[in-house]
Ligand binder design. Structure first.
Ligand SMILES: Cc1cc2nc3c(=O)[nH]c(=O)nc-3n(C[C@H](O)[C@H](O)[C@H](O)COP(=O)(O)OP(=O)(O)OC[C@H]3O[C@@H](n4cnc5c(N)ncnc54)[C@H](O)[C@@H]3O)c2cc1C
Length: 454
């Protein structure tokens, strides 16, 4: 080649940067470090006193600061920031949010009670008179309304209540969190711990603005942009078993989504009695030729209606979400363990996880052979890749448990050398995790995704 030709050759494109992922531990450490800074902010301003009203006020300041910080963290966890979603996983984030939410509500109520007692002790009045006096301050009245909204959200999220109400009702009430947080914000800024320092006011306001922008961007702007860009439509609805269908959708520029095997989207089908809800379903095949595929089991009203979807139906998909992807792998050998419709992300991983013959094993648990779905393609993939595939059939609770440690070791003798990816109904996932740990697989190598955010 002449020098001229070499100079004019187009440079090879740079390989894409790996997606940014915040590991669960980094997220937990970051939250704890933020809480420690909040305590420090309180500690440098506290004036030690043995007077009862001062003790109440000191407790009120600390609980109030931590409650404000807690609300901010809860909002951040649900902002659907890709680096957090892909590193931690939506199911784990939802559990962290639910647990944290209870603490935050406890801190809000504790703050209100301590402030009330402090005021009553200082003014020498009863609690009722103190309540009336404090509610006379506009900022405190707004923050009280905000706290009442957060308590209502907490009440409908309690497991016993949530099981009885529709998902859409729970979600609509949950939107009040934003109003609650906004109502309390002014009170936080004017509280003595923040208002006492220009730097604290600035940092507190910046943190809230950042989280508000992230929420707006990832929960409103990105979904609209994705809908306009990709123009997804249903192209085929295929019956896989009496209660399972696969829905194939086609759009444009789908490779820009960088969706990985093992991830899920939130899908909104624009047809009557389905458009109002966005349901989470995993990709049951890798993204290919501008098509996405999901495989859905009829479990309730919406999933039953999906069986009647027609080709041409417009679809709004937001995502991808989830952390059950190849990046979690630490070993050459991988065991994929699926229960029921939990086969969907496993099917995509079975095809795409890198590995040679003998490296990948799929165990698929189902009640009976009629409940197995995607069987033909699973067998084709197993054949083409030299991967092992075993069906574990039989009713749960039968004398022989195919997920018992000895049974698993019988099928995969070098099980402890494997990473395990696990997806299935909550009961099966818990039982299989316990069996894997008893069989000697370290907890750090069991990667699960739960098909529920409760
Ligand atoms: C990350 C993830 C991936 C999933 N992947 C698949 C899959 O590949 N295939 C499959 O068949 N199922 C999958 N599911 C389960 C599926 O989303 C539910 O079965 C479906 O939403 C039930 O809807 P329904 O209205 O028909 O049933 P309902 O009877 O109304 O609901 C059944 C359960 O689903 C929950 N649910 C309902 N609507 C929503 C919603 N909008 N968001 C979150 N939860 C909701 C309810 O809280 C309830 O516990 C997945 C779930 C999650 C969380």
């Amino acid at each position: 080649m002449t020098i001229d030709a070499a100079q004019h050759r187009t440079p090879a494109p740079l390989p894409p940067l790996p997606p940014l992922r915040v590991p669960p531990r980094a997220l937990r450490d970051g939250i704890a470090a933020g809480a420690a800074l909040v305590v420090l902010l309180w500690a440098v301003q506290v004036e030690p006193s043995a007077r009862l009203d001062a003790l109440f006020a000191t407790g009120a300041h600390l609980s109030g600061l931590l409650a404000g910080y807690g609300v901010l963290v809860m909002l951040l966890l649900m902002a659907r920031v890709p680096a957090i979603e892909h590193g931690v996983g939506a199911d784990r984030l939802a559990r962290l949010h639910a647990r944290g939410g209870r603490h935050v509500i406890g801190l809000c109520l504790g703050h209100a009670l301590l402030a009330l007692c402090g005021y009553a002790a200082h003014a020498g009045t009863d609690l009722l008179t103190a309540t009336a006096a404090l509610l006379g301050y506009g900022g405190i009245a707004a923050a009280t309304a905000g706290t009442a909204l957060l308590v209502s959200v907490g009440a409908v999220s309690a497991r016993a209540v949530r099981r009885r109400i529709r998902h859409e009702t729970w979600r609509a009430v949950h939107l009040l969190t934003y109003l609650g947080a906004a109502l309390a914000f002014g009170h936080q800024l004017s509280g003595p711990d923040i208002a006492g320092s220009v730097l604290a006011v600035w940092v507190w306001a910046m943190l809230h603005t950042t989280v508000a922008v992230l929420l707006l961007w990832y929960r409103a702007v990105v979904p609209v942009r994705q809908a306009l860009r990709h123009g997804l439509r249903v192209v085929e609805v295929r019956r896989e078993s009496p209660d399972v269908v696969s829905v194939v959708m086609r759009g444009t520029g789908l490779d820009e989504l960088h969706a990985e095997a093992g991830q899920f989207f939130r899908w909104r089908f624009l047809r009557r009695r389905l458009w109002h809800t966005a349901l989470p379903f995993s990709l049951s095949a890798p993204v290919r030729d501008d098509t996405l595929r999901i495989t859905v089991k009829s479990l309730g009203d919406h999933t039953r209606r999906m069986r009647r979807l027609r080709p041409g139906t417009r679809v709004l998909a937001t995502g991808p979400f989830g952390a059950l992807t190849a990046h979690r792998r630490t070993r050459r050998k991988v065991l994929l363990l699926a229960g029921g419709v939990g086969i969907t992300p496993m099917r995509a991983l079975f095809e795409t996880l890198p590995g040679g013959p003998g490296d990948i094993t799929l165990l698929y648990r189902a009640g009976n052979a009629a409940q197995l779905v995607l069987r033909t393609e699973l067998e084709e993939i197993a054949r083409a890749r030299g991967a092992a595939l075993h069906y574990l059939l039989g009713p749960s609770g039968a004398a022989f448990d195919p997920l018992a440690p000895q049974a698993l070791l019988g099928l995969v003798p070098d099980l402890v050398e494997h990473d395990v990816y696990l997806c299935g109904p909550p009961g099966m996932t818990d039982a299989a995790t316990a069996a894997l740990l008893r069989a000697g697989v370290p907890e750090s190598r069991v990667h699960t995704e739960c098909f529920t955010f409760a």
